[in-house]
Structures are given as structure tokens and as C-alpha cells.
Write a protein that binds this ligand. Structure first.
Ligand SMILES: Cc1ncc(COP(=O)(O)O)c(C=O)c1O
Length: 382
């Protein structure tokens, strides 16, 4: 039964790739040394970390010492924001209303500490306007934090333009790029970005490992106190096996991206076209930007059917999708992203996120369409 299930929730998390698991395995019971130890066990672990850091830096076109390993996207966002906005009182931060809670809730905490935060609005497609960023900049602005691609609706933000503005004003620019590797270009030699958050479990790596890119010259205060690991930027014995797994996952994510994007675009088109054919274009709405979006996320509302009802019915039919971010998926809270996009109430309440992987098949998409059609007619007729 489990095999017949279709997992279409890859923006929440992904299964670990067998090559990733294989690369990690020796670091649990053979090369288990503490990377800070002088002896050979320690040296082996240290070498594995150094090699992994170099591999990831090569893929991002940054220097190895610009990467700080963390426990994932949430910690990277916390470190980026709290580590740059140190004496919060009187400082100012610019972010957007559609960021992940791992950015928004850190900003709320900064506000409690006396910082002022501007939460920029987005248009109906979930996009921030660079002009709004320009207008929000003040003398006290200590950080601009805007995500690369939205995890609920997939909309890509104009980060090059925003980063260029930040540079003109000498303000550090942080980008939450957790959903981006393999799905969008991340060449840090080209992008005007100073801090960038990454997480392994969204790209077939293990959970609980990620990284923060910190451009040389960017002041960052460690948020954890203890040992001097990660050049004193993140204390704590390194998660060696997961770091090795993360590097392997990054390599897999960055392989053949053009082919993968073409495939994901064709699956997205198939899903939408078949839904139009079977249910008519009036039965649903596709949320997010029609062109500038992450290739793996399709957010669709079925007005009149609550998202939880659709998701429960899909699960009973063997399809695992989601209503947005994992944190709000367990609660009935409306999505802050859809609210920020000012979508009609009925669209907000009925949004379902389908997030594909490059090994998602046409057969799976066709089965999903069929199941949606059945559920839709069953629920609408009642
Ligand atoms: C855009 C974005 N930022 C941050 C996070 C948090 O990452 P992690 O689960 O690694 O803490 C997520 C995960 O849902 C995300 O999608």
C-alpha cells in the first residue's frame, strides 16, 4: 500500500537519496572521530568536513571559508538576522510579508528588542517590488532579508535588483534560499548577496543540516557560545555525517538542472492542462507568479472546498500534498503568504500545494488529476 502512495510534498521535505545515505554511512561507525581531535580519527573527520565544504563552495562559486554549517534553514536564518542586527535598539530591518516563519518570527523578536521592521507588501502574485525596498531604506537600516523563492506559492523574488539596491546603500542583504538549490541559479560570484541560507533536507539530504553563506567582510556575531568551530561563527561539534550527506545532495541537486527544469515545467503544464480538461478552468485557480516561479511548486485553489478537506481526501486516496508551509499545515490558521497576496477569502481557504521532484512521473500527475476530479465532484455535489 505504502508504495502506491504518491508523495507530492517535496517542498516540505524529501526522501534521502541512496547515494547520500551511502556517502554518510562510514561517518557513523568507522570514521566517528571528533573533527577537533588531533589524532587520526579526528583528522579523518576534519578532512571529510573540509572536502564537503570545498565541494559545496565550488557549486555555489564562493570561497569555502564563506560557508558556516548549521542545523538547517531555521538556524541559518536566525544566525543571519540576529548575527548582523546585533544592538537591535534603534536599528531597522527590511523584510517581506511572505517570508518563512524562520525569518518573520526572528524579526518579531527583534521588534521586541527595540528594532523597527518594515514588512514589505507583495502583489497578487506574491512578488516584492524593488521600488518598495528602495523607499523603505533608512539610515538605520542594518539588514534587508528577502527570500529567493517562496515555499508556498513558488514565486521568485527579484533578488538581483534588491541586492543591487542593498549594495548601493552598503546594507547587508540576506536571502533565504532554502527552496532554491537545483531549482534556481545560485552563483554567488554573480549574485549581489551577502548572506544566504540553505538546508539539506529539501534537496534529498538529511534533516538537521544546512549552511549559511557569509560573504567575506560581512560582520556576523555568533549566536551560540562554546567551542571555536566554524571559525568561531557556530559553536558545537560538527555533524560530520550530515555535512558529507549535504555535499552529496548539493551535487545531485545541481546536476543536469536544465533537463530537470524542462521536465518539471512539462509536469506542471500537464497537471494544469488536464485539470482544465477534466474540471473546467472555472473550478480552480493557480496561485503565484505564472512565469517567475520555482519549477517544483504548484499551488492551486479549489474555491468552495476547504484545503484541509481536500488534503484529507487526497490522503485517503493515497496522495500526500500540503496546504503550504509545514508549520501551518497542522493548524487551521490561514496562510500568511496567501493573505499577504490579498487573494479572495475562498481562494485562500482552499489552496493546496503540490511540490514535485525530478523523479515525479506523468503517470503520477495523471493519477493526481483523476483523484482531484473525483474528490471535487463528490464534495461539490453534497
Ligand atoms: C523558505 C524556507 N525557509 C526556511 C525553512 C526552514 O528550514 P529547516 O526546515 O531546514 O529549518 C523552510 C522549510 O520549510 C523553507 O521552506
Amino acid at each position: 500500500m505504502e508504495n502506491e502512495f504518491i508523495y507530492i510534498d517535496h517542498a516540505a521535505t524529501t526522501p534521502v537519496h541512496p547515494d547520500v545515505l551511502q556517502a554518510m554511512q562510514p561517518y557513523f561507525i568507522e570514521m566517528y572521530g571528533n573533527p577537533s581531535s588531533i589524532h587520526r580519527f579526528g583528522q579523518k573527520a576534519r578532512q571529510a568536513i573540509d572536502a564537503s565544504r570545498t565541494r559545496i563552495a565550488g557549486l555555489l562559486s564562493c570561497a569555502a571559508d564563506e560557508l558556516v554549517f548549521t542545523s538547517g534553514g531555521t538556524e541559518s536564518n536566525n544566525l543571519a538576522i540576529r548575527g548582523t542586527v546585533t544592538d537591535s535598539l534603534g536599528k531597522h530591518v527590511i523584510t517581506s510579508t511572505v517570508e518563512h516563519h524562520a525569518v518573520l518570527h526572528v524579526c518579531r523578536e527583534l521588534e521586541r528588542l527595540g528594532c523597527e521592521v518594515t514588512y514589505l507588501p507583495v502583489n497578487e502574485q506574491g512578488m516584492v517590488k524593488p521600488e518598495d525596498v528602495r523607499a523603505a531604506i533608512r539610515e538605520q537600516t542594518a539588514l534587508i532579508s528577502i527570500m529567493y523563492g517562496n515555499n508556498e506559492v513558488g514565486t521568485l523574488q527579484p533578488i538581483e535588483e534588491i541586492g543591487t539596491l542593498a549594495r548601493e546603500h552598503g546594507i547587508p542583504f540576506h536571502v533565504d534560499a532554502v527552496q532554491a538549490p537545483g531549482n534556481a541559479e545560485l552563483l554567488l560570484s554573480r549574485l549581489p548577496v551577502d548572506l544566504m541560507s540553505l538546508s539539506a533536507h529539501k534537496i534529498r539530504g538529511p534533516k538537521g543540516i544546512g549552511a549559511l553563506y557569509v560573504r567575506r567582510g560581512t560582520q556576523l556575531q555568533s549566536q551560540l557560545f562554546g567551542g571555536s568551530q566554524e571559525r568561531k561563527r557556530r559553536a558545537g561539534t560538527e555533524n560530520v555525517a550530515s555535512i558529507v550527506g549535504f555535499a552529496t545532495a548539493m551535487e545531485l541537486a545541481c546536476e543536469q538542472t536544465t533537463r530537470k527544469h524542462t521536465w518539471l515545467a512539462s509536469l506542471r503544464k500537464l497537471l494544469i492542462d488536464r485539470l482544465i480538461e477534466s474540471m473546467g478552468s472555472d473550478s480552480f485557480v493557480v496561485n503565484g507568479h505564472p512565469q517567475h516561479h520555482l519549477p517544483h511548486i504548484v499551488n492551486i485553489s479549489f474555491p468552495g472546498i476547504r484545503a484541509e478537506t481536500m488534503l484529507m481526501n487526497l490522503d485517503l486516496e493515497g496522495i500526500a500534498a500540503s496546504s503550504g508551509s509545514a508549520c501551518s499545515a497542522g493548524s487551521l490558521e490561514p496562510s500568511h503568504v496567501l493573505r499577504a497576496m490579498s487573494l479572495p477569502e475562498s481562494v485562500q481557504a482552499s489552496a493546496v500545494r503540490f511540490s514535485m521532484a525530478y523523479d515525479t512521473t506523468e503517470k503520477e500527475i495523471l493519477k493526481i488529476v483523476k483523484k482531484i476530479e473525483t474528490i471535487y465532484h463528490r464534495l461539490r455535489i453534497k
